[in-house]
Write a protein that binds this ligand. Structure first.
Ligand code: C2E
Ligand code: MG
Ligand code: MG
Length: 591
């Protein structure tokens, strides 16, 4: 038994002359340690046993028929079998060059050599103990080295390769490509949208679980030969080696985005994530791995800038586009300081009468050179950079100030409300409720005349935080609208739970209504859902008399769209209010 109470399992390989019979006999009598001895009588039988079973050590005779013990050691090395081998060398009296033999055996990989004449001196036991313990220590060392290597090259949360390992693989793939010109490789850089918000609202532990779940989903989209890495935070990268063309890469990007359409269940909550993806194919000009990675990263920046949940391919010239994006960002910051934003107001009317119910406040950037810039051209970047919060402050103040002023100056019934859009970032900002309260106090607008529009995506963040915010708004007396309803993936349960009062049917459904049958079925379903939950509905993007008629027939009561009025500057809204606030679409269009 060894010190841990185990028995050492030793394989004795000897030829039929049984030169090691003495050694075997001696070991079998030993109690401290005890040996479990097995024998093989030929080179082939010995090798077969070593291959099939595990031994703590192996004792080998010098002569194994036509082959030698040293040849066996070489074969064992070649096969990668890990067992310490002690070679028993005949005395000088029998083999003339015993000393040289010992050197040869050690070079071949023997763990130790023992002179056959000294076997009886108890040296055998000591030798075996020495080689076994050394072997174990070596394996332990190798294992801890492997662990360390693993740690150095992998991300601890997901176990995926990290940036270092990714770059190493990418470097190799690009070198291979140099030798095999028709082998293509591509890199995808992936970044989760709004992850900062998720991280801040859900906390690190839950956010980590989300990352883990997402990483597993990404892996489902890949082939075994692809490498996926996490660079930290919500940044992932994928190396597609040996692909046929760009469509292989875009297909994977699409599959990844598809995978994220299904909600992820975290603490009983359905969480939705979207990812922006940048794709770059290696080109002959790209020499280093970092060249390709940078290209994919540039494409990613563009994908994010264009509004999330999408993928973009790297194109030469994008570097300059990245520079442009940076310029736009600087320009935006300057615009905030210079008060270059203006509000437009789009009337919302009662479908049947055309009577004005309220307005939606829509921001515009009046650029000194570019003129009127629509929100879709600058809001994604403003959201990404956080500049949106400053713009939002202006929008809220201006919308409330104007509307309160109109209430005072125009005797209207009902008093029109103003609806203000809040992005995810604005919604997640600290101190939102006190800020709204302050603006209401300062402008004198009654809280029930202010409506907050958020999209379904905003509801998908931290449930507890959102609950608190929405209820906070509700207790101020504000109205809550869900914008672009039907384009997100909010669960009906969420709608039911939150204190929402109006759904705005996305204009794509209103447009489809007159194009295909299914279009009006969707609108009908949304209307039924709204009625069941006791919610009001506004149809967005009503452009034609036909749409108006159909919506009326389906029982929709409120609408907004070019048919009634485009978004108007404050002065034109005042003219409308002077006329008593009636918008008959047909008249308006004729005018
Ligand atoms: P939204 O909130 O869904 O606003 C409705 C958009 O549809 C507006 O585009 C409006 O001009 C347009 N629209 C209205 N009627 C029609 C129609 O009949 N046909 C068509 N084709 N379009 C119509 P706009 O002003 O370009 O705004 C785009 C989006 O930008 C808004 O979509 C909203 O999500 C965002 N946005 C606008 N202003 C603000 C703001 O002050 N803050 C925030 N956070 N987002 C804003
Ligand atoms: Mg809106
Ligand atoms: Mg909308």
């Amino acid at each position: 038994m060894d010190r841990n109470g185990q028995t050492w399992k030793i394989l004795v390989i000897d030829d039929e002359r049984d030169a090691l019979g003495f050694a075997r006999e001696r070991l079998s009598r030993s109690k401290q340690p005890s040996f479990d001895l097995l024998s093989a009588q030929s080179f082939a039988a010995g090798l077969a046993r070593l291959r099939d079973d595990r031994y703590d050590a192996c004792l080998v005779g010098h002569e194994l028929g036509p082959q030698s013990g040293i040849e066996l050691i070489r074969e064992v090395e070649k096969l990668g079998i890990r067992v310490p081998i002690v070679l028993v060398i005949p005395p000088e009296s029998i083999v003339p060059h015993a000393a040289a033999l010992e050197v040869e055996a050690m070079n071949a990989g023997a763990a130790d050599c023992i002179d056959a004449e000294r076997l009886e001196a108890g040296l055998l036991e000591r030798s075996l103990r020495y080689v076994i313990e050394r072997h174990r220590a070596m394996i332990a060392l190798q294992q801890s080295e492997e662990r360390l290597r693993h740690e150095i090259l992998h991300d601890s949360l997901t176990g995926l390769p990290n940036r270092t390992m990714f770059l190493d693989r990418l470097e190799r793939a690009m070198a291979r490509r140099g030798r095999k010109p028709d082998s293509l490789c591509a890199v995808l850089c992936i970044d989760l949208d709004r992850f900062k918000v998720v991280n801040e609202s859900l906390g690190h532990i839950v956010a980590d679980r989300l990352l883990l779940a997402i990483a597993r989903r990404f892996e489902n989209c890949l082939r075994v030969e692809d490498t996926m890495a996490r660079f930290g935070g919500d940044e992932f990268a994928i190396l597609l080696d040996d692909i046929r063309g760009i469509q292989d890469a875009t297909r994977i990007a699409e599959r990844i985005q598809q995978e994220l359409l299904r909600p992820i269940l975290l603490e009983g909550e359905e969480v939705f994530a979207t990812a922006s993806i940048g794709i770059a194919m290696a080109t002959p000009e790209m020499i280093r791995a970092t060249d390709l990675l940078r290209a994919a990263d540039t494409a990613l920046t563009r994908a994010k800038g264009l509004g999330k949940g999408r993928y973009e391919l790297f194109a030469p010239g994008m570097h300059s586009q990245a520079v442009q994006l940076l310029r736009l960002e600087n320009d935006l910051r300057r615009a905030v300081e210079a008060n270059e934003f203006r509000l437009m107001f789009q009337p919302v009317v009662a479908l049947s009468t055309g009577r004005l119910l309220g307005f939606e406040a829509l921001v515009r950037w009046v650029h000194p050179d570019r003129g009127m810039v629509p929100p879709n051209d600058f809001l994604p970047l403003a959201e990404e950079t956080g500049i949106i919060v400053r713009i939002g402050q202006f929008v809220l103040e201006e919308a409330c100030r104007r509307t309160a002023d109109w209430h005072r100056r125009f005797p209207l019934d009902p008093k029109p409300y103003v609806a203000v859009n809040l992005s995810a970032r604005e919604f997640g900002q600290r101190g939102l409720i006190p800020q709204i309260q302050r603006v209401l106090d300062e402008t004198g607008l009654p809280p029930q005349s202010l409506k907050i529009e958020i999209t379904e995506g905003v509801l998908q963040g931290n449930a507890a935080g959102i609950d608190e915010l929405l209820h906070g708004m509700r207790s101020l007396g504000l109205g809550l609208f869900i914008d672009d309803f039907g384009t997100g993936y909010s669960s009906l349960a969420a709608l039911h739970r939150y204190p929402i009062d109006t759904l705005k049917i996305d204009r794509s459904f209103v447009r489809n209504m007159t194009i295909e049958k299914r279009g009006s079925a969707i609108v009908r379903t949304i209307l039924a859902l709204a009625w069941n939950l006791g919610l009001e509905v506004v149809a967005e993007g009503v452009e034609t008399a036909e749409q108006r008629m159909l919506l009326s027939a389906l029982g929709c009561s409120n609408a907004q769209g070019y048919f009634f009025s485009r978004p108007l500057p404050a002065e034109e809204i005042e003219e409308l209010l002077l006329r008593g606030g009636i918008l008959d679409g047909a008249e308006d269009q004729a005018a």
